[in-house]
Design a protein around this ligand. Structure first.
Ligand code: ADP
Ligand code: MG
Length: 587
């Protein structure tokens, strides 16, 4: 089963090859960004036109280029690199060119042979279609023709986004089951020309898919990670990045967010990371349960994976494919989270290609357009006020893996310039096994004040407590540094107390055990209870006669507070421990 290709008629031949960059001469019309096929006997390798000069093009090939010779024929399509959009995307696992990997595994074993493309959406599966629009109704791109049920969502079948202008419906299919390729509606455009619509539509992945007006994010995305929700919150429709050195926990963090974030749909782009990790995701995900719905997590997830063993050009397409699928679901009024691990691998692919194109290099040999590409990617996020009155959001979070954990390098810097929250993982914290290793002393979030306003309504001391603890963490760190020089007894008792408060907050609240059933996910209601208690501790005037006495007191407090994280919130023991803590600080 392969896709029917629409050729533009243009044909060419390879005249030069340099890794996966080819130069070809051609006849006919070729578009910038068009898809091309390198014909090696029976197999056709997918490529993309990246530069046109006269009657020559430069092509980047998405596959292993072994066997390509001078004179190898090339065929050109008249469309850009596109994503297939429609019901059946959820639960799927795609590669960067949207080949469904599970199907490939069934038909060809684990590795995809070169030149094999399988349609992203199943052509035989039937979907129950319910018409919503009526004959005579005027509709434009993105407006709903009907719906189908995809897992627990009402999947909106919309006027294709590539169809601009107004359409008057002349026919809508009755309730029934249809494949994605069957016509479900017909309409006349403003010139009276008739068009047929199907559940399947296509969109060029590198172009932003957006119909509606961008509005300010107003709602927080609950992640169940205390250090994020309390200290560095993220809003639905916002952006964040998590740079960190190798092994600091970026992937574990992304997995956590994909499991627990309070969004409807999650798109996971595993881009250029180790193959073993990807296999792990594929093995683990189908067994995970969504804590918000009790259903299999896969039902709200799309996984796009390119491991480091796949050609680098496919990394770029996987990032754009992920963004396009995410935008498509946002148009239905859903909240979507797009996670990319890691954007550094994508940037490296850009660097490689730019080098082959002999472009003038920017910093660290990255292309000069690196920053604008990164900015354009994060700009695909946002809350949209949709034509039908609903809103949809797309939150984007990217892991960044700078060599040696050096945040001064171009990819981290370009990312920091555009995101709304910076969750920086530090080697210091991961070495000390202070997980998640998000360092509260370097991280920041621009969404803090807005989220505090939202949560202050539920707990009046939320905002003050967050500010207070942030200050205590900084002060505690300074005191710790001093203590390293002068010893514990060398600092004033009042400073020692500040230091112990900082340690208590870090150890018993910010740190969280990803592998404990109770602690892994801490919903916001639970964070509210804990913050109320922590505020009491932070505010309490404690008097001690010696450093040792202070240390012993905080140790007792710390053990109890930490223990609460492992107890169910409505258990008797949770309540009793809370009471013990109150007695300790009041006594
Ligand atoms: P990175 O993607 O930054 O290279 P990983 O996410 O793969 O790093 O994490 C490396 C290892 O660190 C994990 O295999 C795990 O043992 C440990 N680790 C990371 N985050 C946590 C966490 N939150 N809790 C416990 N262990 C963690
Ligand atoms: Mg990783």
């Amino acid at each position: 089963m392969t896709i029917q290709l629409e050729h533009s008629g243009a044909k060419g031949t390879v005249i030069r090859a340099f890794g996966n960059l080819l130069q070809a001469s051609f006849d006919g019309d070729v578009r910038q960004g068009a898809v091309a096929h390198i014909c090696l006997g029976d197999i056709k390798l997918k490529a993309e036109v990246i530069e046109i000069a006269g009657k020559e093009v430069k092509l980047q090939v998405f596959e292993d280029t072994r066997g390509i010779k001078l004179g190898t024929p090339v065929e050109f399509d008249n469309h850009l690199l596109e994503a297939e959009l429609g019901p059946g995307l959820l639960s799927a696992i795609f590669d960067g060119l949207q080949n469904p990997l599970e199907k490939i595994a069934k038909e060809y074993g684990y590795f995809l042979p070169r030149g094999v493309y399988i349609p992203a959406l199943d052509r035989t599966r039937k979907w129950e279609f319910t018409p919503k629009a009526k004959v005579g109704q005027k509709l434009s791109r993105g407006e709903t023709i009907g719906t189908t049920v995809e897992n627990r969502f009402q999947h909106q079948i919309m006027i294709p986004f590539s169809q601009y202008g107004e359409y008057t419906l002349t026919w809508v299919a009755p309730i029934g089951s249809y494949t994605v390729e069957e016509v479900i509606a017909k309409a006349k455009d403003e010139e009276g020309k008739e068009h047929s619509f199907r559940m399947l539509q296509r969109w060029p992945v590198k172009n932003q898919l957006q119909e509606g007006i961008k509005i300010r994010p107003t709602e927080m995305m609950d992640t169940g990670l205390r250090v994020i929700d309390t200290q560095f919150p993220v809003m639905k429709g916002g952006t964040f990045c998590s740079p960190g050195p190798f092994g600091a926990g970026k992937t574990v963090l992304q997995h956590h967010l994909s499991k627990y974030s309070s969004v409807d749909i999650v798109i996971v782009c595993a881009c250029g990371e180790r193959a073993g990790e990807v296999v792990e995701v594929l093995r683990e995900f189908p067994h995970l349960i969504d804590p918000h719905t009790g259903e299999s997590l896969m039902k709200r997830t799309v996984i796009i994976c390119n491991t480091s063993s796949m050609p680098v050009a496919a990394r770029e397409s996987s990032i754009y494919l992920g963004a396009t699928i995410a935008e498509y679901y946002r148009q239905m009024g859903l909240s979507v989270l797009l996670l990319a691990d890691s954007t550094s691998r994508w940037a490296q692919a850009m660097r490689e290609m730019s080098g082959r194109l002999e472009e003038i290099p920017g910093e660290e040999a990255f292309p000069a357009y690196l920053a604008s590409r990164i900015a354009a990617f994060y700009e695909r996020s946002g809350v949209l006020s949709l034509p039908g009155g609903k809103t949809g959001s797309l939150t984007i979070g990217g892991a960044v893996s700078p060599a040696g954990g050096n945040f001064e390098e171009p990819v981290t810097q370009a990312t920091l310039a555009v995101v709304g929250a910076f969750l920086g993982l530090s080697r210091e914290r991961s070495d000390a096994r202070r997980y998640p290793a998000i360092d509260p002393l370097i991280s920041w979030s621009k969404y803090g004040p807005a989220v505090s306003n939202e949560l202050d309504a539920k707990l009046d001391v939320w905002g003050p407590c967050v500010k207070r603890t942030a200050r205590i963490l900084r002060e505690g760190d300074e005191i710790r540094k001093r203590m390293e020089v002068v010893g514990e007894e060398g600092v004033a008792l009042s400073d020692m107390i500040t230091y112990l408060k900082a340690e208590l907050y870090d150890f018993a609240y910010l740190q969280q055990n990803a592998f404990d059933k109770e602690d892994a996910y801490c919903p916001i209601e639970r964070q509210l209870v804990m913050i109320a208690l922590i505020y009491k501790i932070m505010q309490s005037e404690l008097h001690f006669t010696s450093h040792d006495e202070a240390r012993a007191f905080f140790l007792a407090l710390q053990n109890r507070l930490k223990n609460m994280n492992y107890l169910p919130k409505d258990s008797e023991e949770f309540r009793r421990t809370r009471q013990e803590i109150l007695t300790l600080i009041e006594g």
